[in-house]
Design a protein around this ligand. Structure first.
Ligand code: ATP
Length: 362
């Protein structure tokens, strides 16, 4: 049996903390953080369940890392409270919190081998050598690095170094693991592979993972839920499907996936109402002008101004009659690059089911 699963007894640094098992793993209660005049985090509320894979997603400078650093205890909130398993930790130092962090650059000790790097936290806690070796072996097994114990970090690939950093963070049995863009240094293929591995690992150990990323695809792939940050505020919290299918604001619609935001006169002409709405490019059908429009659908005519053939699918930019444009994406199920390029300059009718329209706030 995996010892991590039996690690319900709570250790943290040198002290024992009583935790409330039924409470959420992490709560933010109106947390704000100012650096001088800079408002890095603005009245954030969060509720992260025990065992959740939770991502903080947002553009650069939106406050994600500051939130993570406050959870770890490296920064203190200017106002508000942070609770870990029901305990207010807002003013506790990092070593008294039962959390561990994996950084983007892994922060491995270059002069130590893999085994020594992973055992470091246990050495600090003066865990006896036999116990240390046993737990390192379990960790190596867990991250699929058995046989690499004596290698130095410089003798490992990027993905292997990443796994050592994970093992080193997990060996202390943290209740919550914080991951700050841990896959950012890897190339695309390896990153995609590690996304799958990391998610599988999290499910195996059952620890709450709080994952910071600016990569929306990564967040959608891995997370149980996502909080989307913008200018220090949380714009929306939800499952990947909720965030993608029901964006709460125009910022969310624009940041997650590609979305057409339709406003003003164009929106009114299409829907008959004064609303702002988003429609995903893959929900729009591109048809001939003679084509009928299915029931319960919106339609608008336009001219195809641009066609980009992308192998799996084609992206069209359609200039609408009366102004504005829409991006349409269609899979190349039957079409070839020659077919789709012929469409450029043609008049077309666009239509989509009303149920795919999302009215969004500003
Ligand atoms: P990135 O994806 O680029 O890491 P982020 O979303 O993690 O960005 P933060 O690093 O949390 O954003 O920064 C939020 C805001 O706070 C930014 O405007 C940043 O410049 C500012 N900030 C962060 N740390 C400090 C600091 N120590 N002193 C002053 N300003 C800071």
């Amino acid at each position: 049996m995996n010892t991590l699963l039996s690690g319900a007894g709570v250790h943290s640094g040198n002290c024992e903390i009583m935790t409330n098992i039924t409470a959420p793993a992490l709560q933010f209660d109106q947390v704000s953080k100012y650096f001088g005049e800079v408002r890095a985090v603005d009245q954030a509320d969060l509720d992260i369940r025990d065992g959740e894979f939770f991502s903080m997603l947002g553009p650069s400078g939106s406050g994600k890392t500051t939130c993570l650093r406050m959870i770890a205890g490296f920064e203190r909130p200017t106002s508000g409270r942070i609770l870990l398993h029901g305990q207010d930790v807002s003013s506790l130092p990092p070593y008294e919190r039962n959390v561990n962090t994996v950084f983007q650059d892994y922060a491995l000790f270059p002069h130590m081998n893999v085994e020594e790097n992973i055992a470091y936290g246990l050495m600090v806690k003066q865990v006896p050598k036999a116990e240390r070796l046993k737990r390192v072996e379990e960790m190596l097994e867990l991250v699929r690095l058995a046989g690499f114990a004596k290698r130095k970090p410089s003798q490992l690939s990027g993905g292997q170094r990443q796994r050592v950093a994970l093992a080193r963070a997990l060996i202390n049995h943290p209740k919550v693991l914080l991951l700050d863009e841990p896959l950012g240094a890897l190339d695309l293929k390896l990153r995609q592979q590690m996304q799958v591995e990391l998610k599988a690992l999290q499910q195996r150990v059952g620890i709450t993972f709080i994952f910071v990323t600016h990569d929306q695809e990564e967040a959608l792939t891995m997370s149980d839920r996502i909080a989307l940050f913008n200018l220090g505020r949380i714009e929306q919290t939800g499952t990947p499907a909720e965030i993608y299918e029901h964006p709460a604001t125009s910022f969310v619609a624009g940041f997650v996936g590609t979305s057409n935001l339709v406003t003003g006169d164009v929106a009114k002409r299409i829907t008959g109402q004064e609303i702002i709405f988003s429609i995903r490019p893959e929900k729009i059908h591109l048809a001939d002008l003679e084509a009928g429009v299915p029931q319960d659908s919106h339609s608008v005519d336009g001219v195809v101004r641009d066609v980009v053939y992308l192998g799996l699918y084609t992206r069209y930019l359609v200039e609408l009659e009366g102004g504005g444009d829409l991006v349409v994406v269609e899979q190349n199920l039957k079409t070839t690059s020659m077919d789709v390029l012929k469409v450029k300059g043609k008049k077309v009718r666009l239509h989509w089911k009303k149920e795919h329209v999302r009215e969004v706030g500003n």
